[in-house]
Ligand binder design. Sequence first.
Ligand code: SF4
Length: 302
Amino acid sequence: MSSGATGERALEWLEISADYRCNNRCIGCFSVQPDGPSMSSREIAEHLLAARRRGARSLWLGGGEPTLRRDLLAVVRKARELGYVRVLLQTNGMLLAYADQAKRCAEAGVTEVSFAIKGATAETHDRLVRTPGCHALLVEGIGHVRGLGLPMSGDLLVYASNLAEVPDMVRTYAAMGLRHFNVWAFSAVDQGDRDLSAQVPRLSEVARVTAEAADACPEVSVTSLHTPPCVMPPSHERCLFHAADLDLLVANPGGYSFRLEESAIEGGAYLPRCAGCGARPRCGGLRRDYLAIHGDEEFQPR
Ligand code: SF4
């Protein structure tokens, strides 16, 4: 689909990562750059307008941690004025532990909140975000958002060390009112001199625990991002995610924008045997950094 004179493909979602500041220090996060590039409020407004012109109706505010932005509420109001009908706030939830802040977000026009979650327990979550007390604030924030009646989802970042907790994470936070879960597989790309390859989970294991979580909590939906169809049990194809379906443009600071399916984090590498795979049209491919760590034996054409 194209959008008129520009010839560019139309959009449904605009994701804005305005900067890389965060009040967590999650293991392996390459986003924490307090002095890194940052979008001005004017640049954000320009992205909002440009994406609306291409048809976007849904805004995803990511980061970094978007609740640290002083212009957060103004951005949300501007988006709603321009006609965005969905404004998703993706957050670690810490500042939403302030009831007033959660209320202000809803009043400005946030329509849904996605919480970044690393563990079913405070011990696991706080260890992986390297921020003592973060879990308690997250749970308070969830309570405030639930009280406001906004739909809630969870972004579960899965490392080798919290993989086994995924079904418990889904159970625990579903009981708090979250209704959808995205299972993200940790990538060790862009880690500089640090070797975090031991924390990269096998994708077949990520698919297995995703399917297990979906079975344990049939009242919620669970999708596994970056998971090629060939490692998901055929009975759980509903747990697969195909990035291109979102029609999402990511806008990062420094003038760097790309469609989600073109991101290196989505994969992009295929094996010679993938050419004969029936799932190839709906497969985003494999991450090269992953193949360097775990090899390719898991991936067999269907
Ligand atoms: S195309 Fe390759 S990686 Fe993708 S599902 Fe098929 S065999 Fe797996």
